[in-house]
Design a protein around this ligand. Sequence first.
Ligand SMILES: [Fe+2]
Length: 187
Amino acid sequence: MPLNSLHDLYVENIQDLHSAEQQILEALPKMAQKASHSKLRDAFAHHREQTQQQARRLEEIAKRLGISAEGKTCKGMKGLIEEGSEALKEDGDPEVRDAALIGAAQRVEHYEIAAYGCARTYANALGLDQDVSVLQRTLDEEGETDKLLTKLAESIVNPDAEQTTGEREFTRPSPSRSQTTPEERAR
Ligand SMILES: [Fe+2]
């Protein structure tokens, strides 16, 4: 589709985001299945429910615009998911895999935060107030998910992953924002 106006660009962004969400919907159950920490599994399961809602919001927007939500493949998301799935194929330590899963999920979140931020800005410029608030809601959810993943990585996954890579032989610098207990740190 030729991009002759900001409206064209906005439509393209909505379709691209819808494709991204569909791909994430497919990837999240696989990620949850491979996660070993129950909190990480729960986080993926919860985010899948949110993602369903987010896809529906985009369909709502598409309906208002009088366009189809389908029709594009988000190549960026395809690449991110492909890269993340490499970690799922490898056998290895479950805690290290959890750390890799979080890293992959955060790359996805950051991509979405950038894309939703652009779409919301375009909607604002086009005076589509209803869309602005719907997109902002999703943007807030993606931000919260990203923060939750950081918290999980800092408090559980990364310290565990570090312990399994032979770092035990060395004195590990105490993490400044770690939520581990002194006993856990002494292990
Ligand atoms: Fe999303």
